[in-house]
Design a protein around this ligand. Sequence first.
Ligand code: AMP
Ligand code: ZN
Length: 465
Amino acid sequence: MELHLYDSWERRVRRFDSIQPGRVGMYCCGPTVYDYAHIGNLRTYIFEDLLRRTLEFNGYQVQHVVNITDVGHLVSDGDDGEDKMEKGSRRSGKSAWDIAQYYSAAFMADFRALNLLQPAVWCRATEYLPEQIGFIEELERKGYTYRTADGIYFDTSKQDDYGYMARLDRDALQAGVRVAIGEKRSITDFALWKFSPLETRRQMEWDSPWGRGFPGWHIECSAMSAAHLGSLFDIHCGGEDHIAVHHSNEIAQTQACHGTRLANFWMHGYFLQTGGEKMSKSGGEFLRLQTLLDRDIDPLSYRYLCLSAHYRSQLEFSWDGLHGAAIGLQRLRDAYHRWPQGGQADNAWLQRFHSEINNDLNLPRALALMWELVRSDTDPATRRATLRAMDEVLGLDLDNWLPASIDIPEAVAQLAAKRQAVRASRQWQEADRLREQIRALGFLVEDTADGPALKPALEGARHER
Ligand code: AMP
Ligand code: ZN
């Protein structure tokens, strides 16, 4: 079946064909580890995981590379302001290296909790200094750089199509410059290498042909993706905010150095918003996965919430929405575990599912289809096996969810038995009265195809992985 994906370069959905048969190289911009990830950041990684799982569902072997920005990355997209890592260090009193270690570990824990597949490669910027320096040297040889008092810059005026993906109007940008751009020749030029300030010693700095300092942010992704995937690979991903600056700059560098646009497909996840604005670390509500855990919300409920919105539409966060997702997920788990094992997945259902995900990852439609299957009169064992196959993409980890073992108090068990008896003799009103008595004791009775089931009125389930 053909796979169609939206390409931000061409701004349209088009057919995906891999460069090498059966294999896909995919690079995803990872976190800057000076703080915890918020659930907005995590939405982007969930989108990338869904993309990878969809590619695998289509039979591709995916070489998935994610970077960890553990150096530099100034507080603004411009080239000034304080370095985020050093700022984190000052705030906490820990060394910049310890900060990077600590927040990388926290990020990996979030990754696992959301059931995101492990990338083939995690690459840390600090481990690729020779590659980054080599890349800048090559740009220098080709005449794309210039030097200012604070660093080596990329000269964007050398490229007619700089910023094509973002359809940037450079003249308008330049005319509208209202901020001081220092010695930069143009507002769109960006740092490749920044010099350490003379008066202070940075915690993270390296020697280079241009002097002691540290690499700019954009160069790390160009250098590390080339190191692992070559100078032209299949898919490059990130959040929508990367289109205008970070990815435009990665493309500019790679075009200058290797003559390619780096990736055949550029794909971007849209923002999670709060109060109509991008969720960010600096402003608004900063929600971490831990914030959800503190409220007894399973991280996979958040994953489920993300499935309900297309990755190319912004998603407004609300607690009500998240609670709705938690209920949906719980119903799904209950149904799945009620059905017997040992069935065969149904091909007709899977075909329909396949065509939804292959249509630019239409997960909301795929989710709706899955519910259609749950409610259908398909044989329960077949439903379970089909759902399991769909879950390879949805990643809700249905199989590993363990219903909590619950103690049913004797009084509740007796009422339930009595209710069964009155139902058998079709005394419905009496049966309803008993159901209310059971509820008053904190339990719900659900009449399922396999007979009545009791569960605590408050969700009592645990999830183990
Ligand atoms: P950062 O750690 O800030 O470099 O961001 C990590 C990833 O999260 C990048 O791909 C960003 O584009 C993405 N991102 C940042 N804010 C949001 C948001 N509110 N919603 C979705 N993705 C985001
Ligand atoms: Zn990047």
